[in-house]
Structures are given as structure tokens and as C-alpha cells.
Design a protein around this ligand. Structure first.
Ligand code: GDP
Ligand code: MG
Length: 303
């Protein structure tokens, strides 16, 4: 059986499972239903930030620490990620040293088409990897759109990567990231203005609402590994906080709630659009015989 083979490290079997879960086929649903009860053991870490902030390079470095905890899966939701075959050649070659390691599984979600699809399928893939028995699941997403920020923020620990000078960037892009970060990393600390950026981050975090967890700020140079030990220590600190305060259960429960809601919405959307009665109703709305809200009620009642 594919699930057993995947649990024993058969990467081709795992790849097939991930594909059917991504595509949300009937088999994919059976697979998720089968593995979900044995999940919950994986620590999930989301890494988000602007394109080019160094997320892939950071993940690449963090893998080295994470393998001490057990098998590691990386889900790259970044089309330009070296994990997905994007980015410059040097990066890609560097990342490839992990692809031969039997403890490490790297999956790119780059070819999933539109963002909504990614936001739908990534949590399912993460749940699968968790259920298969990975100890660590890392999710790299570009922190630009709300959908991608949502994907990152469904992790146990959210790492937000910025660069020196980030304080000068536009305000709106920052607010969402400030809100979701459990750990902030000022990467490219080999460049000027690191201290100013750390100070500015501290100021912005202090201006926000008081939280039970005060997000630490770590400076790193991902390309040479400087500060990665501190970053990993900060991630482990946050995990300790989660388990000691029961925030972990709260967070995972919220995640499950969002997931159920999203799945219900997606299911309803599919049914509503497949329903031929929907087209007829749409015609009537277009002709102003029925209003859109009454039409929605009719569709929902018919389900
Ligand atoms: N100078 C410097 N360059 C870095 C550092 N970290 C990453 N880079 C480079 O920045 C570019 C983008 O990195 P990448 O990890 O692909 O960023 P991502 O788009 O956030 O995943 C690459 O050329 C990296 O080699 C760093 O700490 N210092
Ligand atoms: Mg990347």
C-alpha cells in the first residue's frame, strides 16, 4: 500500500500521495482520512517575507538543524524558489545537496496555478506529510498576498524574514507581516543598517497589541550560516512557549476551524457552479427578476 511504503521512506510512493492530495481526488481524500489520525506529531514552521529576502536560503540552512529532530519535509510555495527550480543556478545547486538525503523531502507547489489553489492545497499537503510521520515540516511562502500570508500563518511557528532597510518600505505591506510573525529575522546582515532595522522592528512590535509571546528578532547571513543557530534556538523557544502555555492546542484548533470553513466554502462553490439550476437563476438575476441574495438562498436551500 502506498501509505505504508511512504512511511518506510519510499519517495516515489510519497510523491504520488502528495499529488493526489494536491489534486483533491477521491483517492487523495481517502489518503488524508487514513493518515490524519496519526498526525499532530510534526512541528510546522512557516517562513514568509518579500521575494528575495532570503527565505529559501534560510530554509536550506535551517534544514541542517531540523534533521536533528527527525525527518524533514519542505513545502515551497514560491514559484521562484531554488527548490522549485527557479532562482539563480548557484542557489539551485546548493539546495540540491539535500535532495539525496533520505531524511529530507522537498516538494515544490510551484505549478499549482493560481494562488487560491495553492492556499487550498498546501494545508492538505502539510497534513499529509504530518500524518506520514515527518517530524518537521517547513513551508516557504512569499509574503505578498493575503492568501500566501494565510498559508504561512497556519504554521505552529511563523518566521518573518526581512532585510536591512525594511523599515523604509511601504507601510501596508508590513502590517500583515508584523501581525503574524512569531520570530523575526533580519537576513542579509552583511549589509548596512542592520541595527537600525532591528530597532525599527522593535519599535513597530512594541506599538502593536501586547502579546503573551514577545517575538524575538534575530540577525542572520543566510548565505554563510551566521546567526542560523540563534534563529533555530528562537524557533525552539517559541515551541516551548506553545507547549508550556497550551497555545499550541489553541493555534491548532484555530487552524482546523479555518480549514473546515475553507473546505466547506470550496465545496459549496463547486456545487453551486456545477448546478445547472445556477445558470438559470443567474439568467433570472441578470433579467432582474430575482435579486442575487435571494438567488443564493435558493441555491443553498436546494443543496
Ligand atoms: N548578501 C547576502 N545575500 C543573501 C543572503 N541570504 C540570501 N542571499 C541571496 O539573496 C538572493 C535571494 O535569496 P533567496 O533565498 O532565493 O530568497 P527568497 O526569494 O526569499 O527565497 C540569493 O541570491 C541569495 O544568495 C544574505 O544573508 N546575504
Ligand atoms: Mg524562495
Amino acid at each position: 500500500m502506498l501509505i505504508e511504503r511512504a512511511r518506510f521512506g519510499d519517495r516515489r510512493a510519497l510523491g504520488r500521495l502528495v499529488s493526489c492530495v494536491e489534486d483533491d481526488t477521491d483517492e487523495g481524500r481517502r489518503v488524508l482520512a487514513a493518515v490524519y489520525p496519526s498526525g499532530g506529531g510534526a512541528w510546522t514552521t512557516g517562513i514568509t517575507g518579500a521575494p528575495g529576502a532570503g527565505k529559501s536560503t534560510l530554509v536550506d540552512g535551517l534544514i541542517g538543524f531540523a534533521v536533528d529532530q527527525g525527518n524533514v519535509a519542505v513545502v515551497a510555495v514560491d514559484p521562484s524558489s531554488p527548490f522549485s527550480g527557479g532562482a539563480v543556478l548557484g542557489d539551485r545547486i546548493r539546495m540540491q545537496r539535500h535532495t539525496d538525503d533520505p531524511r529530507i523531502y522537498i516538494r515544490s507547489m510551484a505549478n499549482r496555478g493560481h494562488l487560491g489553489g495553492l492556499a487550498d492545497s498546501t494545508p492538505r499537503v502539510v497534513a499529509l506529510l504530518d500524518g506520514i510521520g515527518f517530524a518537521e515540516v517547513m513551508i516557504e511562502t512569499v509574503g505578498v498576498g493575503q492568501a500566501e500570508i494565510d498559508v504561512a500563518s497556519s504554521a505552529d511557528t511563523v518566521v518573518v524574514a526581512v532585510n536591512p532597510g525594511w523599515g523604509d518600505s511601504i507601510q501596508t505591506a508590513k502590517a500583515g507581516l508584523l501581525e503574524i510573525g512569531d520570530v523575526f529575522v533580519v537576513n542579509k546582515a552583511d549589509r548596512p543598517d542592520v541595527d537600525e532595522t532591528v530597532t525599527e522592528l522593535l519599535r513597530m512590535l512594541d506599538a502593536g497589541p501586547e502579546r503573551a509571546w514577545r517575538p524575538p528578532i534575530v540577525a542572520t547571513v543566510a548565505t554563510d550560516g551566521t546567526g542560523l543557530d540563534d534563529l533555530w534556538a528562537a524557533i525552539l523557544d517559541h515551541r516551548r512557549h506553545l507547549t508550556e502555555t497550551e497555545a499550541l492546542q489553541v493555534r491548532r484548533r484555530e487552524r482546523a476551524s479555518r480549514e473546515i470553513e475553507a473546505a466547506v466554502r470550496a465545496g459549496l462553490r463547486r456545487r453551486a457552479s456545477l448546478d445547472s439550476g445556477g445558470v438559470e437563476l443567474l439568467n433570472r438575476v441578470a433579467a432582474r427578476e430575482v435579486d442575487p441574495w435571494s438567488a443564493a438562498g435558493t441555491i443553498i436551500d436546494a443543496m
